[in-house]
Design a protein around this ligand. Sequence first.
Ligand SMILES: NC(=O)c1ccc[n+]([C@@H]2O[C@H](COP(=O)([O-])OP(=O)(O)OC[C@H]3O[C@@H](n4cnc5c(N)ncnc54)[C@H](O)[C@@H]3O)[C@@H](O)[C@H]2O)c1
Length: 256
Amino acid sequence: MPKTQDYFAGKTIVITGAASGIGRATAKIFAREGANVVCADINEQGAHDTAEAVNGAGSQALVLKVDVCSRPQVDEMAQRAIDAFGGVQFLFNSAGAAIRRAKFLEIDDALMKTTFELNVNGTLYGMQAVLPHMLKNKLGVIVNMASMAHRRGGPGSSIHYAAAKGAVVSMTMGVAREFASQGIRALSISPGPIRTPFQDAAQSSPELVQRFLDDVPMKRFGKPEEIGELVLFMCSDACPFMTADTVYVNGGGGWR
Ligand SMILES: NC(=O)c1ccc[n+]([C@@H]2O[C@H](COP(=O)([O-])OP(=O)(O)OC[C@H]3O[C@@H](n4cnc5c(N)ncnc54)[C@H](O)[C@@H]3O)[C@@H](O)[C@H]2O)c1
């Protein structure tokens, strides 16, 4: 929760991956707080549905069809967001995926490339697109989606994905430290398994999903809203000394 009442009213967040799962849940939470929400996703219809929920909460939404793997499209996303709302204070890079599951010796160049383009380049482009604007205003918070996988290495199914999310954690730390004295904060979140269409998109087997669940001491999946509320806290004025780190949200699971 923000320290200041109505802290988010009239401020703007750009959310990539806003058409589904964690991105959509976060869009609704920021709408509840009165923020303008830029709903960016490669899935335009899904982004429209999220925007409807934002508008339904009385906040303003802008829908943008964006492939985060395309630098020109991400640059245009940032410019259109600034033009529409007069400024952007927050960026949440949620677009990401494990693409497909593969054992280590089956990871080919194409899978490695696609995984890094989406999770790493997509995050890099988003940060580079909004940072000049945030630096001008000496105000900005960037939250990037990493994963618990980066801490465990993803043996047997997702080393490509774990490595990409490790890069997200490192890049976030570097950006946070490079711009720490200029009003910018950057943080990443490393969730355990969260109940969204993510596992379907990665064609995870039921056995793999069960293994993820068995590893969680709370014996349940996280809810996308549980990540969204953390994004809200990170972006708020509640703890402005917080920057650079990744925060684990996993019901007590994994390596801590
Ligand atoms: N769900 C989990 O268990 C889990 C755990 C750890 C980390 N994560 C991470 O959380 C983030 C959100 O995942 P989710 O669970 O909400 O999954 P999701 O599949 O529900 O949502 C991902 C969204 O990203 C969008 N997207 C995919 N490729 C894109 C592209 N090239 N350009 C723009 N948008 C694109 C999809 O259309 C989708 O709307 C991802 O970065 C994921 O790696 C998820």
